[in-house]
Write a protein that binds this ligand. Structure first.
Ligand SMILES: [Zn+2]
Length: 427
């Protein structure tokens, strides 16, 4: 399932001419393959048991590095309409994410003194979990959310929400209606945008002259250090280093004046951005992050070379573990059904023969199958019934929370397993 392996030389030199495509930011030809994960089905398209098709569609999952603007990206993607048509992620369901949003609102409001004359706009505002906090403070807030069902939940909760994709055209319309933004918030959306320049161009248009834009995204350097290749999936088009984000903003006459490191999503960055024309002093994080990435070699190709071997190492160790467990008559089950599980299992070629099933707390997922591996997704109680020897945790970013929830499994001696940065068994 993982596709043909290629030599390091081949990866660095490039691929056959007829396959070349262009960088979604700067238009340069993408020559350097950063990591080839073979092919995989769409990670969020869970399968109904009665709809299992003998021929499931798989799509290439290969990352390229643009040697000009340093953007790491997938070159093949499905138009967003097809991908987002059945969107079932509601931010309000995640307690830790809601708490993260609340801390952000407190911090930004005390730093910038927004009031009833300010305008806050959040792009990809989901179910309004974050904007609710501004509405409660009587600060005018507007959400922009393309998923119909999710936008509806926000509107019902009293958060004004436009049900559209964001881009330059919508930004112009809003400004034409006198609705410029003092604060634009874009959390975990930049990576999912196919038309990156049109999107960032929209920030430039919508932001008032003295306005502030904050952007959160998973940090490429943390992804590489943590071998978080399972965060690569088809809805996730771009993977940003700080250096790449700086270049992207600069090309739209925006400047990053401060940055924070966050623990969310395995290690994220929060950028503070304003118009290039504004004289602002740069926060210490800007210089330290730039230096860290330069010393990691992210400005050239060298810093990226080690990653594919680290990824293959995870596969070797995971397969070895699962095969040994099978040989010794041990039962291994999964925990969680995130997109990460689909990429991990597809790349490693693991199916329901080695991992009996997985469980998930979300009723939307229970009773369905993971795409690719076709692992059944059961209710968490199934773990009590089966009493497995090992529980493989797919959402490793919340592993402590999960181990806590499953502490009862220790009563029969179950052990927890985390797949990355390399397989680790937690007794
Ligand atoms: Zn580029």
């Amino acid at each position: 399932m993982a596709g043909r392996e290629r030599s390091v030389e081949e990866m660095v030199v490039g691929r056959p001419q007829q396959m070349t495509s262009k960088c979604r930011h700067c238009g340069s030809v993408l020559e350097a393959s950063f990591c080839n994960l073979g092919t995989s089905p769409f990670a969020n398209s869970l399968i109904e048991p009665q709809e299992v098709s003998p021929a499931e569609k798989h799509y290439p999952l290969e990352l390229f590095l643009c040697s000009n603007c340093l953007l790491v990206q997938l070159d093949a993607f499905e138009p967003p309409d097809a991908i987002f048509s059945n969107y079932s992620y509601f931010s309000s369901y995640s307690d830790s994410w809601v708490a993260h949003a609340r801390r952000y609102v407190e911090k930004i409001c005390s730093a910038y003194k927004f009031d009833q004359n300010s305008q806050v706009v959040e792009i990809a505002s989901n179910d309004g979990y974050l904007l609710k906090e501004f509405v409660a403070r009587k600060i005018p807030a507007l959400g922009i959310e393309p998923a119909v069902n999710v936008a509806k939940v926000a509107q019902e909760a009293g958060v004004p929400t436009i049900n559209r994709f964001f881009g330059s055209a919508l930004a112009k319309e809003l400004v034409g209606q006198g609705l410029g933004a003092d604060l634009i918030i874009a959390n975990n959306v930049l990576a999912h945008v196919p038309e990156l320049n049109d999107f960032v161009g929209g920030f430039k248009i919508l932001l008032k002259p003295q306005g502030v834009l904050t952007i959160e995204f998973p940090h490429l350097l943390r992804l590489m250090e943590g071998v978080q290749f399972d965060t690569v999936y088809h809805e996730h088009f771009s993977y940003f280093s700080f250096l790449a984000a700086e270049k992207l903003m600069a090309s739209h006459d925006l400047q990053i004046f401060d940055v924070e490191r966050l623990e969310t999503h395995g290690g994220s960055l929060r950028l503070y951005v304003t118009h290039r024309e504004n004289a602002v002093s740069k926060g210490p994080g800007v210089i330290s992050l730039r230096e860290e990435e330069l010393s990691a070699g992210l400005l050239g190709i060298d810093g990226y070379r080690k990653f594919p071997e680290m990824v293959r190492n995870v596969r070797r160790k995971l397969l070895r573990f699962l095969l040994d467990a099978e040989e010794n008559g041990k039962v291994v089950v999964g925990y969680g059904a995130p997109a990460k599980a689909v990429t991990l299992l597809s790349y490693c070629g693991v199916g329901a023969d080695l991992l009996h099933f997985t469980v998930d707390r979300s009723p939307h997922k229970q009773g369905r199958l993971l795409p690719g591996s076709r692992l059944p997704i059961c209710e968490p109680d199934r773990i009590r019934e089966v009493k497995p020897d090992y529980i493989l945790i797919f959402p490793w970013n919340i592993k402590d929370e999960i181990i806590d929830q499953l502490s009862y499994a220790r009563s029969w001696g179950a052990k927890f397993v985390v797949p990355i940065p390399e397989v680790k068994i937690i007794p």
